[in-house]
Design a binder for this molecule. Structure first.
Ligand code: UDP
Ligand code: MG
Length: 293
């Protein structure tokens, strides 16, 4: 049985894969412990399939899963995690943007007793200012909206919100190590703006019911302000101060009606939120250890 499982999603990485293999294997061998590398070919349309088959033929530690089509990095990681036989699993990108040496540092932390080690990117090379800014905003926004104490700028070693959020959600003893993120060894990023937006969505919505609770809050605030407006108008009317006559009363009447409708809508959202949590079917609790049971 291997002690360590590296899980590497690969989507059209024909150029990066041989370089990845050459770089990672000596680093892992330096540990003098058994390891396996599980490549998940996420429906690549280049020579990724042939290159992985070659690597697997000459090295039995290399294992390959091939998807029938492109399911995304998230799914590829999950598949690798399910296949992994090692005691510790390390997720890595195929483009060497996660330096193999960082894996050694992670293993060290794991041996110190941490269950989860996050890699935090101190600097990112070869990435556009737009990507850095959106990523930075996303992580901070996630922390605010989801009540998950997800460290900013970490990954499953880059990209993949849901897993990253999930890893934080399950708990366990976690720590962070920092590293500088280098450029890709070859090829180009597969994360288009569309994929990034989808990633952000699947990070936020499954982990937060904030958007659903907003209408109720707005409705209550609006109702409160409308009533306040009525009170002011009544006082003004009592003091016989002119303020626009009968038409003016329309304003708080309309906002009050709208606020009531909004609040009612928000109320049903609470049920919707509960149903959503129910269908997500997450474990109610996670046991870390049992003694004498
Ligand atoms: N990847 C994947 N499926 C996809 C997109 C990406 O398996 O649909 C893999 C890709 O091969 C790489 C990792 O996920 O190993 C990170 O992708 P990429 O380097 O393109 O993202 P970036 O580093 O630019 O955020
Ligand atoms: Mg990359």
């Amino acid at each position: 049985m291997p002690r360590y499982s590296l899980v590497v999603p690969a989507y059209n990485e024909e150029k990066a894969l041989p370089l990845f293999y050459e770089a990672v294997v000596p680093v892992m061998e330096s540990l003098n412990e058994e390891f396996e590398i599980i490549f998940v070919n996420d429906g690549s349309r280049d020579a990724t399939k042939e290159i992985l088959a070659e690597l697997a033929a000459k090295d039995k530690r290399v294992k390959v899963c091939k998807f029938s089509r492109n399911f995304g990095q998230q799914a590829a990681l999950l598949c690798g995690f399910e296949e992994a036989k090692g005691e510790a699993v390390i997720a890595m990108d195929a483009d060497l943007q996660d330096p193999p040496e960082v894996a050694l540092q992670m293993i060290e932390k794991w041996k110190e007793g941490y269950d989860v080690v996050h890699g935090r990117r101190r600097r990112r090379k070869g990435e556009t200012a737009f990507k850095k800014a959106t990523a930075s905003f996303f992580y901070r926004f996630m922390r605010k909206i989801t009540s998950l104490d997800m460290p900013a700028d970490v990954g499953d070693f880059e990209h993949d919100r849901l897993l990253r959020a999930q890893v934080t959600w399950v708990g366990f003893k976690q720590t962070i190590i920092e590293f500088d993120r280098p450029e890709r060894v070859a090829g180009e990023t597969h994360y288009t703006l569309k994929k990034m937006v989808r990633l952000a969505e699947s990070g936020v919505f499954p982990n937060s019911d904030y958007p659903l609770t907003l209408p109720l809050k707005l409705g209550i605030a609006g109702g409160f302000l409308s009533v306040l407006c009525f009170i002011v108008f009544i006082v003004l009317a009592c003091c016989k101060v002119g303020f626009g006559g009968l038409v003016a009363w329309l304003f708080p009447t309309i906002t009050l009606a709208a606020s009531v409708a909004l609040a009612c809508h928000g109320l049903s959202n609470i049920y919707l939120s509960m149903i959503y949590r129910e269908v997500q079917n997450r474990p109610k609790y996670i046991v870390a250890e049992k003694i004498n049971l």
